[in-house]
Write a protein that binds this ligand. Structure first.
Ligand code: GLN
Length: 573
């Protein structure tokens, strides 16, 4: 069982009585130092990337890190949110549906996120209300302070252990929001509980450049720090985003007005690739300032990996064009990890990757003309019927014109539908997600065609959370397939997030028509990867390989997909 922070808190205190007394319970590790990252002035300043980059700076000094995102919204997790609202839902190994910032945390570090790496207001309240109903508070009036703030502190402190040198906690939202107040109060109390030397507050702000005055302005930063101080938090470091270099005089002024040491006012300038942020923050001596605050020994960080990554991304002069056929194409954040994994795939072949987002519905209206320039076609994950016929057209185009193709999750399911319809002669093949009475449901809910006792919980009407096959599952590859060649081994583990599955009733028929089942669960029961043999590179997987791609270790499927795209680009020249 995985304890959430508040449970861990209670469990360690021997019964959960007297919440105030629990604070100094044994759950608190004396070893771990805590860094809290807040944001001011406006949202979208890249707090997640800044936090992840700072973690990379610690790792580059040989320190071990843990990370966590605290999200002030009331959804229990982002699993039910539209990608238009919230961007991608990032899935962890242990099957949590989380904020996309956790994707940055994993891509910038060697840490693996878990269920404990993301808490929302909804999740905290859910656990407090559950405890209240159980009678754990022994008749007390349950309040934001101390009960909600204690639950938040429990979640944060659960990161502490002898194995974690520094835990970095990012508070979502912008200081001044009503919603984030309990989180800010909790981190304020943690300095009181743990001490000055064990906690550091970093505030990320914006210094806007006002063209008519020709100046960078510090007033919004001053106000944002005032707002933090009202809550009782004095930042130790200010990370200042600005599109122009910040003159030293300006930094001195900010230091004086915001009561922060001069060396702790650090620029975070705009960069050409997000993977340069660790290098820029190193130049600003961010890691050193924080280690000194903690009284820890500083070492020169070894950032050669990041230098190498930036070189591989920015140096190539050629680019391949990947058409990404999806539904959420107006919002690039909706496919964040896929975008990054494509960049990593390009690094493996010293080529840039240009992504052309193609609206699946525009293919339905206007045909596949937009795909003609593509060196490769990718159909990513998705939910619901809208746009699926356009995606199927794109897949047919990729199959017939022999354009390298990668299908992910829904993209794999639609590749099976396309193959069933146009190659295996199952004219009305579909997924039961779109047509419950489909004549040939080649993709269907597991429960419709397998007996009970399987691992996937199904939705109930009043709880849509966690109703999918979620998290990492093992997969056995078939020797000699494109997938096996890409991975260079036969046993893999990949992360899932879907309700529907390949329908085994049709497996023989589809295989006889030429579909290659390249990967299944080790017991053979669920189809995880399909391929088409007579094609330069056509691979589609039921899982989401993008979640495991790292800039320092591009995912094998993305790497080989871009390799195939590059060959096509060169052949077309
Ligand atoms: N909608 C499909 C399913 O639920 C695919 C999900 C996805 O692409 N993540 O199975």
């Amino acid at each position: 069982m995985i304890l959430d922070g508040s449970q861990a808190f209670g469990a360690c205190s021997g019964g959960g009585s007297g919440v105030f007394l629990l604070r100094f319970g044994p759950v608190m590790s004396k070893h771990t130092k805590f860094v809290f990252i807040t944001g001011g002035v406006v949202s979208s300043l890249g707090k997640g990337i800044a936090a992840a980059s700072l973690a990379a700076l610690f790792e580059a000094r040989g320190l071990s890190i843990a990370m966590q995102k605290l999200d002030p919204y009331i959804n229990v997790d982002p699993g039910t949110m539209s990608p238009f609202q919230h961007g991608e839902v990032f899935v962890t190994d242990d099957g949590a549906e989380t904020d996309l910032d956790l994707g940055h945390y994993e891509r910038f570090t060697h840490a693996t996120m878990t269920r404990r790496s993301n808490y929302t207001t909804g999740r905290i309240y859910e656990s407090v209300i559950r405890r209240e109903r159980r009678g754990d508070y022994l008749g007390a009036t349950v309040q934001v302070i101390p009960h909600v703030t204690d639950a938040i502190k429990g979640a944060i402190l659960s990161l502490g252990s002898e194995d974690v040198d520094v835990a970095l906690i990012e508070i979502g939202g912008t200081v001044g929001d009503i919603e984030s107040l309990p989180f800010l109060e909790a981190i304020r109390q943690l300095r009181f509980d743990l001490g000055h030397r064990n906690t550091a507050y970093i505030h990320l702000t914006l210094l806007p450049y006002i063209a008519s005055a020709g100046e960078i302005k510090s007033k919004p930063t001053q106000h944002s720090v005032q707002k933090l101080r009202e809550i009782g938090i004095q930042p130790d470091v200010l990370l200042c985003r600005s599109e122009r270099p910040i003159p030293q005089a300006q930094k001195d002024k900010i230091a004086l007005f915001c009561n922060v040491p001069r060396e702790a006012v650090i620029d975070a300038p705009d960069v050409d690739t997000i993977y340069r942020v660790p290098l820029k923050l190193r130049d600003g001596r961010l890691g050193s300032v924080i280690l000194r605050h903690f009284g820890l020994e500083d070492r020169e960080p070894d950032l050669s990996v990041w230098e190498d990554i930036c070189r591989k991304i920015t140096c190539p002069s050629e680019h391949v064009r990947v058409a990404m056929v999806g539904k959420y194409v107006e919002l690039a954040d909706a496919y964040k990890s896929v975008n990054e994994a494509l960049v990593h795939g390009g690094m493996a072949h010293e080529v840039k990757v240009r992504i052309d987002y193609v609206d699946a519905e525009s293919i339905e209206r206007q045909g596949t003309g937009e795909l003609e320039q593509a060196d490769a076609i990718l159909v990513p994950g998705g939910f619901g019927e809208r746009g699926t016929e356009g995606k199927i057209e794109a897949i047919r185009y990729a199959r017939e014109r022999k354009v390298p193709f990668l299908g992910i999750c829904l993209g794999m399911q639609l590749a099976v539908v396309e193959f069933a319809r146009h190659v295996a002669g199952l004219k009305n093949a579909s997924s039961s997600e779109f047509n419950e009475r489909a004549e040939h449901p080649v993709i269907a809910l597991l429960t419709e065609w397998e007996q009970e006792g399987k691992r996937v919980q199904r939705s109930t009407e009043d709880d849509l959370g966690g109703t999918m096959r979620l998290g990492a599952y093992p997969c056995r590859l078939k020797q000699g397939t494109k997938a096996a060649l890409a991975y260079g081994r036969l046993d893999i583990r990949e992360r899932h997030r879907h309700r529907y599955e390949f329908n085994n009733t049709y497996r023989d028929q589809l295989e006889q028509a030429g579909l290659v089942v390249a990967g299944t669960l080790p017991d053979g029961s669920l189809v995880e990867i399909i391929e088409i043999a007579d094609h330069p590179w056509f691979v589609a997987c039921q899982f989401h390989p993008e979640f495991l791609s790292r800039p320092y270790a591009p995912h094998p499927l993305f790497a080989d997909f871009i390799g195939a795209a590059k060959r096509r680009m060169e052949a077309r020249r």
